[in-house]
Design a protein around this ligand. Structure first.
Ligand code: SAM
Length: 368
């Protein structure tokens, strides 16, 4: 381990301006080494913020691999589920990056991993050793051609370019992996088109830090679709269910905005809720019904959403701070805010611009 890097990270555990530190490092090191140390320090801060690795202190990072890498609670959950579903099969990971998944898989089993990029592979080796995982076998080359003895595959494909939306824009190509017919766990973008997945696979949408970060596809499966939401240190989990009907929204009712993974997985929580519009994921309930999957608002008034009316409403309610939210309503909240009177004493409130039964409406709300 690079003890100087470790000391540097311990001495600077939180983001700070790098100018003075950079000058100091340059006085004591060749500039290439000083730059590397500073980059490693900055990426350590990112890793902590993103929860990208369980114990990042001693690890080496590479910028792109860190951005693509799995957040450790998500990687841990997947590794544990892989162990529960397929406890005895010989696992091969294709495309390890610098080890976001590898380090969590290594806590559950011995396996082989293949990373084609040489510099990432050397960081991966370092990271495995730094964490004491010497039983993981690391190989180079194209993983698709090195599957001898594999009984189970894991892959987290990388985008070949920023634009591509097809399977062949990913490396490795999921379609190639499914063709192999081996049990497979695949981490994909949550924006995937479900109709392109193998029939009968299981699908998990997973949320972290308020964002639906990934979709995990399991083959073989039973067609189950679930959402997972990380509530440190536990996971909330629920399954897809039938879409509830649309029914009226009235003042006094509670409005529920689901977590992004719950929207993708179509959990429709709370269970007692009804939709307020055919095209939206927002649900309404009688007051008093809460769900851990949603942010909840008490609806005070339902009004027209034209500019004149919004100014009148804000004058009346006088919200400060005023939160402006939108769903299915073409408006730029920060632009709109500039046009509304600034509240003084009305307390915190929410202007929720959305569609109700096909009509654009302004909902005056309080967060519950
Ligand atoms: C998204 S990254 C993996 C990130 C990793 N799961 C993590 O959490 O840190 C995908 C990696 O797969 C590698 N890769 C892509 N195609 C490959 C192939 N056919 N064989 C081996 N590695 C491959 C890329 O070099 C890249 O590092």
């Amino acid at each position: 381990m690079d003890s100087e890097l470790r000391e540097l990270r311990l001495a600077h555990p939180r983001p700070e301006p790098l100018m003075a530190l950079g000058q100091k490092l340059r006085r004591h090191h060749p500039s290439e080494r000083a730059i590397w140390l500073m980059q490693q320090l900055e990426m350590y801060w990112d890793a902590l913020r993103l929860q990208a690795f369980r114990q990042p202190l001693e690890l080496y990072f590479e910028a792109q691999a860190l951005q693509m890498g799995s957040r450790w609670p998500l990687a841990e959950r997947r590794a544990l589920e892989l162990a529960a579903r397929f406890p005895t099969l010989r696992l091969v990971e294709i495309g390890a990056g610098i080890g976001g998944d590898t380090l969590e898989l290594a806590r559950t089993r011995a396996f082989r991993t293949i990373e084609q990029d040489e510099s990432r592979r050397s960081y991966l080796q370092h990271n495995l050793e730094a964490c004491g995982f010497t039983e993981v076998e690391v190989q180079g080359g194209d993983g698709l051609t090195r599957l001898d003895g594999a009984q189970l595959l894991y892959a987290d494909p990388a985008r070949r370019n920023a634009k591509g939306r097809q399977w062949h824009d990913l490396a490795p190509d999921p379609a190639e992996l499914w063709k192999l017919g081996l049990p497979l766990c695949l981490k994909l973008s949550p924006g995937l088109d479900e109709s392109q997945l193998p029939s009968g696979c299981d699908l998990d949408y997973v949320s972290h830090q308020g964002v639906c970060k990934e979709a995990t596809v399991w083959t073989p499966g039973s067609g189950r679709v679930r959402a997972f939401l990380y509530r440190d240190p536990d996971w909330l989990v629920a399954e897809r269910r039938e879409t509830p009907p649309v029914a009226p929204l009235e003042p006094g009712m509670w409005l529920h905005e689901p977590d992004p993974a719950a929207i993708r997985a179509q959990l429709w929580q709370p269970l007692e809720g009804w939709r307020i519009d055919e095209t939206l994921a927002l649900l309404a309930t009688e007051p008093g019904l809460r769900s851990e999957w949603t942010q909840t608002f008490e609806v005070l008034e339902i009004a027209d959403g034209d500019r004149k009316n919004l100014i009148r409403l804000q004058k009346h309610y006088d919200f400060q701070p005023l939160e402006i939210k939108k769903r299915g309503f073409d408006v730029e909240p920060e632009e709109l805010r500039k046009k509304l009177p600034r509240g003084t004493s009305g307390g915190a409130g929410v202007l929720y611009l959305t569609r109700v039964a096909g009509r654009h409406r302004a909902l005056i709300c309080k967060r519950v």
